[in-house]
Design a protein around this ligand. Structure first.
Ligand SMILES: *[C@@H]1O[C@H](CO)[C@@H](O)[C@H](O)[C@H]1NC(C)=O
Ligand SMILES: *[C@@H]1O[C@H](CO)[C@@H](O)[C@H](O)[C@H]1NC(C)=O
Ligand SMILES: *[C@@H]1O[C@H](CO)[C@@H](O)[C@H](O)[C@H]1NC(C)=O
Ligand SMILES: *[C@@H]1O[C@H](CO)[C@@H](O)[C@H](O)[C@H]1NC(C)=O
Ligand SMILES: *[C@@H]1O[C@H](CO)[C@@H](O)[C@H](O)[C@H]1NC(C)=O
Ligand SMILES: *[C@@H]1O[C@H](CO)[C@@H](O)[C@H](O)[C@H]1NC(C)=O
Length: 469
């Protein structure tokens, strides 16, 4: 395990360095991805692929949005799901594509033009990113449309494609329902699991043969499938189940509603336990802080999660209920002298901490005027008994002395390790920086700034919130 994690760190560092190059993978909104797992062990997907201001804003500027585009929060049945080279999930519906966990649909042909040219892109039947480290097609994305398969690497169609499915994947039928990669050691050899109606095909990549062909009896017919954070998910209708790729068994309380765990929405399904949903959601956090009593507040979309010091019970509430003026979608939050400082776009809101959060008079104010940094901040934190707020924006950290007036950044440093973070907090256990579904610990800001290799990776869902996966 030790060796593996060293290799992982090395590869990630490399990947992060590569990620700095302008020609790196794909469309501009993904250039900020935090590295990828190309050569690392399967799906330690670091990447993150959207930024929280990202999808909506960028797209409003970049593309004309088509008003018939489906809304991912209405309970869609996805046609296909795959994780791209940067670890960003792509959800396909009709000729639309949703990138990441939030934001609007775009036309799939903007990212994968040839699928449209060659084949009217009505919908994608199945999609996956291949894991086959010994092969030339490692990390290629494969798309299945009727009887054809397309192979892309970094959004470029590979020579010789599209091919007939029967040629590229002998033994696999046309008109598939779903497909998911199953690398070693999850499956005995690097494989792909294909789904069509009730039939399951285990395809071994190295010798291109179908090893097993059976039924996963306890599982519903999958309309889409994907592997994420080392787990296997079958999507059926607007729900999903997590399954064991070898046996097809579903363990635990499934099916669950897809949008509750994989989409950032204003409203979720009413019969889902909201604590369980926020605990296990894959949607990235917007902001996190602990107050001086050690009570934690984590913000995501329209909701926040609270955990009191010395009490493992999480509570979930609408941001609207406690922090009415902020409403939702916070950029950054920090605690200083019994106040919660909440930043959203270019505004700073200051609330009394404690049980009754009242907005201080005169707020919101401009972030630029109050803290000397332009708005659209990614994260901010104050370490215990300190008067400096560390403000993170892209790969920069600005230190602002809160006792000064006017407050202006005194130091600006550049992080080598992260191009973009989602949230960060500092408490008696040090600094925790959250990037996508993971967080990393650092003992000081100097170590965070100076870090060249990723420290141990922790899962937000498990280690911050106590979800079981
Ligand atoms: C993509 O598809 C849309 C809708 O089918 C079409 O209007 C548009 O012209 C296509 N764009 C490209 C670049 O092919
Ligand atoms: C692909 O399938 C079509 C239709 O079944 C067939 O006509 C064609 O020869 C096949 N191409 C190859 C390269 O096998
Ligand atoms: C699953 O597929 C089988 C065919 O293999 C079909 O008979 C059955 O109706 C399907 N089940 C659902 C729920 O669609
Ligand atoms: C392909 O590889 C698998 C796994 O090593 C093996 O079980 C199978 O017999 C091989 N199939 C052929 C046709 O060589
Ligand atoms: C969410 O639900 C509330 C209350 O039911 C409703 O007023 C609001 O319009 C919904 N928001 C969206 C985006 O559907
Ligand atoms: C923990 O917090 C929950 C929810 O706020 C509360 O109901 C419970 O009494 C608390 N338990 C302890 C031991 O403080």
């Amino acid at each position: 395990m030790k060796r593996l994690s060293q290799v992982l760190c090395l590869c990630l560092t490399l990947a992060l360095v590569l990620a700095d190059k302008p020609d790196h993978a794909g469309p501009p909104d993904h250039a900020k991805a935090h590295g990828h797992d190309n050569h690392g062990p399967p799906d330690h997907a670091k990447a993150h692929g959207h930024d929280k201001h990202g999808n909506d804003h960028d797209h409003e500027h970049d593309h004309e949005h088509d008003h018939d585009a489906p809304d991912r929060c209405t309970g869609l049945e996805m046609d296909a799901v795959a994780v791209n080279e940067d670890g960003v999930p792509y959800f396909f519906k009709g000729h639309y594509l949703f990138k990441g966990f939030s934001g609007k649909a775009e036309n799939s042909n903007e990212s994968f033009a040839e699928m449209d040219d060659d084949h009217h892109l009505g919908h994608v039947d199945a999609a996956f990113r291949l894991h086959h480290e010994d092969g030339h097609d490692h990390d290629h994305m494969f798309f299945f449309l009727d009887d054809k398969v397309f192979s892309y690497y970094k959004h470029k169609l590979e020579d010789g494609f599209p091919k007939n499915i029967s040629e590229a994947f002998p033994g696999i039928p046309d008109h598939l329902d779903a497909a998911v990669p199953c690398p070693k050691p999850d499956c005995e050899e690097d494989s792909v699991i294909f789904f069509k109606e009730h039939e399951i095909y285990h395809f071994t990549v190295k010798n291109k043969s179908v090893e097993e062909h059976h039924e996963f009896k306890t599982m519903p017919n999958c309309t889409a499938a994907f592997r994420f954070m080392e787990h296997y998910y079958c999507f059926h209708g607007f729900k999903f189940s997590r399954f064991d790729p070898k046996t097809g068994e579903v363990h635990g309380k499934y099916p669950k509603v897809t949008r509750d765990y994989f989409m950032k929405c204003a409203n979720y399904s009413e019969d889902t336990d909201e604590v369980e949903r926020e605990r296990c959601s894959h949607v990235h956090l917007d902001a996190i802080t602990s107050d001086h009593d050690g009570n934690m507040f984590a913000f995501r979309g329209h909701h926040y999660i609270r955990r009191d010091e010395g009490n493992d019970t999480l509570t979930v509430a609408d941001i609207e209920d406690a922090f009415k003026e902020v409403h939702s979608d916070v950029d950054a939050v920090f605690t200083y002298e019994d106040h919660l400082y909440m930043i959203k776009d270019d505004k700073l809101f200051v609330y009394q901490s404690g049980d009754d959060h009242t907005l201080l008079e005169g707020y919101p104010k401009s972030v630029k005027e109050e803290l000397g940094v332009d708005g659209h901040i990614d994260a901010a934190f104050v370490c215990e008994d300190n008067h400096i707020v560390h403000i993170i924006k892209d790969n920069h950290i600005y230190d602002v002395e809160l006792k000064n007036s006017p407050r202006v950044p005194e130091k600006e440093k550049t992080m080598a390790l992260f191009q973009k973070v989602d949230a960060a907090k500092c408490d008696k256990n040090g600094i925790r920086v959250i990037v996508g579904n993971h967080f990393y610990r650092f003992d000081s800001t100097a170590l965070l700034v100076g870090a060249k290799a990723l420290p141990d990776q922790h899962r937000v869902s498990m280690e911050l919130f106590g979800c079981d996966h």
